[in-house]
Write a protein that binds this ligand. Structure first.
Ligand code: 2NL
Length: 366
């Protein structure tokens, strides 16, 4: 290799190394690499001349050019590492995250809990805190569990109190029905458990009824206590505690009136005191009364039909419709809106999915 060629190669190498050192970012560095080692690069062009040389020339020239290629490659790799680290440092310096900022609403949080689901959660939270278990059962029931075991004798006019949806009768004449109340869940509980029993049963119920204040499908919650010394005093305390917790007031006056249900004796209806003004209703004050539930001591015939000896155990039970209570508590005007699945209604009256009702943290998170 002549001295001239040697100094040309050295010049080229130092030019490329200077360009490598001057490359300010990874894109500029890539341009330097392509210009030196790419298909039409300066070092690649020198390597292409080797083929036309004599074997001796090729030996010395080849070694020198390949050495230059290695030096350039190493320099490119070293510079690439530096630029990569610098890019990361720059991002770390410029992109700061304020971890104290509130979270944006995720898609799951944008959904809303239907007010009826909310009210059911509130009710079960209150009774669970008092030590009640929550039980559910099928919507399609037998005549036996919905009526007969609850002291509605076959052919008794009390059955006409409920406008029942019946299924077509089977060969043997028996016919299933859509439960008209949640009481069959308590029947199932009494048949499958031994007292003491403390259970609350929320769920869907059905009656043939459809107007401004009735929908054919509605909701109830019922409660049942069976123990040896259970009496009306316990029932009144439970209902009073429940009403204060549910309506979120420190005190509320209640009125117990005599009534009739086939499955309780005595039977009572319960009103709570309230004030109505300009469409708004307030609890824990006022001179008006609002009927909210029915209750009583479980009829001995019901206990016997459900395998419990009425000479040993007493029980009390209550039942309330949830739909009207939900409307009253949350100021809705039309019962039927509850069942129309209109997202505008849900956006207005729905509850945030993560605001789960708790007694300590607030039932309804207004
Ligand atoms: C009302 C009244 C009531 C019951 C439901 C019940 C259940 C069994 C035995 C005895 Cl298994 N009673 N439930 C008792 C009294 C009243 O509901 O007006 N509901 C909307």
């Amino acid at each position: 290799m002549s001295d001239l060629e040697k100094s040309n190669l050295e010049n080229l190498q130092s030019q490329i190394l200077a360009a490598v050192a001057a490359a300010a970012d990874e894109a500029a560095l890539e341009a330097v690499r392509v210009a030196a080692l790419g298909k039409k690069g300066s070092i690649s062009a020198l390597l292409a001349t080797l083929g036309k040389m004599s074997p001796e020339e090729r030996k010395t020239e080849g070694a020198a050019i390949n050495l230059a290629k290695t030096v350039v490659s190493d320099a490119l790799a070293a510079r690439r590492d530096i630029l990569k680290n610098a890019a990361l440092d720059a991002r770390l310096a410029s992109e700061t995250i304020d971890v104290t900022l509130p979270l944006r609403e995720t898609p799951a949080e944008l959904g809303r809990i239907h007010p009826l689901s909310q009210v059911m959660d509130e009710l079960t939270t209150i009774f669970a805190d008092m030590g009640f278990a929550i039980a559910e059962g099928p919507d399609i029931e037998t005549d036996d569990y919905n009526f007969t075991k609850l002291n509605f004798p076959v052919g008794h006019p009390a059955r006409e109190m409920h406008d029942t949806f019946f299924f077509n009768p089977k060969e043997d004449g028996s016919r299933k029905l859509l439960r008209t109340h949640t009481s069959p869940v308590q029947v199932r509980t009494m048949l499958s458990q031994t007292p003491p029993i403390r259970v609350v049963c929320p769920g869907r119920t059905y009656r043939i009824d459809s107007d401004a204040t009735h929908t054919p499908q509605f909701h109830q919650v019922e409660g049942l206590v069976i123990d040896k010394g259970s009496h009306l005093g316990h029932l009144k305390w439970i209902l009073h505690e429940f009403c204060k917790a549910f309506f979120e007031v420190d005190n509320i006056n209640m009125r117990f009136r005599p009534s009739f249900f086939p499955f309780t004796e005595p039977s009572l209806e319960v009103d709570i005191q309230c004030r109505r003004d300009k469409g708004e209703i307030r609890f824990g004050e006022g001179e008006d009364w609002l009927e909210i539930l029915g209750c009583g001591m479980v009829h001995p015939n019901v206990l016997t039909a459900c395998g419990i000896d009425p000479e040993v155990y007493q029980g009390f039970a209550w039942g309330m419709g949830i739909d009207r209570i939900a409307m009253l508590k949350y100021g809705m005007s039309d019962l039927r809106q509850l069942f129309e699945a209109d997202v505008r209604f849900l956006n207005h009256y729905g509850f945030k999915p993560l605001d789960v009702p708790t007694l300590a943290g607030g039932l309804s998170n207004p």
